[in-house]
Design a binder for this molecule. Sequence first.
Ligand SMILES: Nc1ncnc2c1ncn2[C@@H]1O[C@H](COP(=O)(O)OP(=O)(O)OP(=O)(O)O)[C@@H](O)[C@H]1O
Ligand SMILES: O=C(O)c1ccc[n+]([C@@H]2O[C@H](COP(=O)([O-])O)[C@@H](O)[C@H]2O)c1
Length: 217
Amino acid sequence: MTEQPIGILGGTFDPVHRAHLQLAEDACANLGLVQVLWIPAGNPPHRDRPQASAEQRLAMVALALNGYPQFTIDDSEVRSSAPSYTVATLQRLRAIHGARPLVLLLGADAFHGLSKWHRWRELFALAHIAIATRPGYALDAQALDGKLHEEYLRRRSGDYSCLTAQAAGCIITFAITPLDISASAIRARLAAGQEIQDLLPKPVLDYIANNHLYSGH
Ligand SMILES: Nc1ncnc2c1ncn2[C@@H]1O[C@H](COP(=O)(O)OP(=O)(O)OP(=O)(O)O)[C@@H](O)[C@H]1O
Ligand SMILES: O=C(O)c1ccc[n+]([C@@H]2O[C@H](COP(=O)([O-])O)[C@@H](O)[C@H]2O)c1
């Protein structure tokens, strides 16, 4: 019998916010995942250097996940000085988990950029990809660049049983409770001295205040 799939949520988490939690909770509920591995990026490729350090972002994720037994942290990218390439992380996880299905969770915005990722074609042999539609970032298949569009058409499935029937290789989309929250908007609000109460778990909010993060001075 196939083992139950493990969800993988990588992110810069600068800072982690409620939409990340919603994404992971909805993935568990809708895709039948019993566990989601959260992987903060140590040196995220393809974006400016984060404002908070890798250790601080890891600490905020740990605070956010308190009380969610189905969520666990993988700190391997934070502990490494190498660029946080997802292909390398999935190769490591594949070596640990054998033939167990792995499901990489991505917001639709992240999926649209996938063909710019390091050795992106190898990702499909290592994990399934589950795309969550994010406010303002619906999946627009026609806007995918040529090679990614081809892979999308070849691999997409409307049947979630593919996530358990094979270890990797399917692309599915799933609905999440839409929350119009982004870390960049949170950083901008904090720098402008505006309220962000409802956008983050309280312990993360306290951590940001205690460590004077994102205040712009
Ligand atoms: N509001 C949201 N709804 C759905 N998915 C989201 C949302 N916010 C982030 N994600 C997804 O979570 C993952 C990690 O995101 P990330 O840590 O970059 O947060 P972010 O809010 O997108 O940050 P930033 O605004 O700094 O780019 C990505 O796959 C991203 O698409
Ligand atoms: O492997 C890559 O080349 C690559 C390029 C861009 C993003 N990623 C990963 O995608 C995840 C979300 O990235 P971000 O920048 O939206 O936080 C995070 O785990 C990154 O390490 C990975």
